[in-house]
Design a protein around this ligand. Structure first.
Ligand code: VGL
Ligand code: ZN
Length: 214
């Protein structure tokens, strides 16, 4: 992929939230390391969209809401297989807030996802029922965006699903590998890279994108 950034490109900054940081409720190993990389990257993009995982306390993805279950086990729900997570990113709590060091003043849209109590949403485009849209594709199209560059947490869940859905919605898509960190549950990271490659999502590094930037 040509990594020269122009007016048709958008940086999608996914779930850089306190609960995904070391010490957080659903800590992603070294998740905080993405912050300075994303801050640098964001300066190259005219379009930046930020997402927040944003669950009600009664959310279906929380093991605590299913008697007899433990975090990180699978459960079959009406829309398919769901990983059960520790309680995380509850709406309006400090854990759901963006990392204080994230600096993207020119981001104009924040997509909050996973807000329906009975449906999860890893993807910034489409909820886990694979039918309910967030509105992000329409926003990007109205702004003439053609390519979506994904960064943030976690590589193998919200980043991968968002990049795959960006492709499915007709955008070119890339994952900026060193601007992401993974959870890696039972091979999920290797599977994610496989799925991304098969879907035609480019795998790039921040240095590729920043080359030629001031
Ligand atoms: C995420 C698990 C649960 C993510 C969100 O941001 O990747 N992972 N909710
Ligand atoms: Zn979540």
């Amino acid at each position: 992929m040509n990594t020269t950034i122009g007016p048709d490109d958008c940086l999608l900054v996914i779930d850089v939230q306190n609960d995904f940081m070391p010490g957080g409720a659903l800590a992603v190993p070294n998740g905080d390391e993405v912050v300075p990389v994303i801050n640098r990257l964001a300066r190259a993009f005219g379009h930046v969209v930020v997402t927040q995982d944003w669950h009600p306390a009664a959310h279906v993805s929380f093991a605590a809401n299913h008697a007899g279950t433990q975090p990180f086990q699978m459960l079959t729900l009406p829309y398919g297989e769901q990983v059960l997570w520790p309680v995380h990113c509850v709406q309006d709590t400090p854990g759901a807030a963006l990392h204080a060091g994230l600096h993207v003043p020119h981001a104009r849209l924040v997509i909050r996802k996973g807000h329906h109590a009975d449906v999860d949403s890893y993807s910034a485009f489409l909820e886990a029922d694979r039918a309910t849209r967030t509105g992000l594709a329409g926003y990007l199209r109205e702004h003439g965006v053609k390519r979506v560059f994904c960064a943030g947490l976690a590589t193998d869940y919200c980043v991968a699903w968002s990049a795959l859905d960006a492709r499915a919605a007709g955008f070119e898509a890339a994952v900026i590998e060193d601007a992401c960190r993974a959870i890696d549950l039972q091979g999920s990271l290797a599977r994610a890279w496989q799925d991304l490659g098969a879907a035609g999502v480019a795998r790039v590094m921040s240095t590729d994108v920043l080359k030629g930037q001031g």
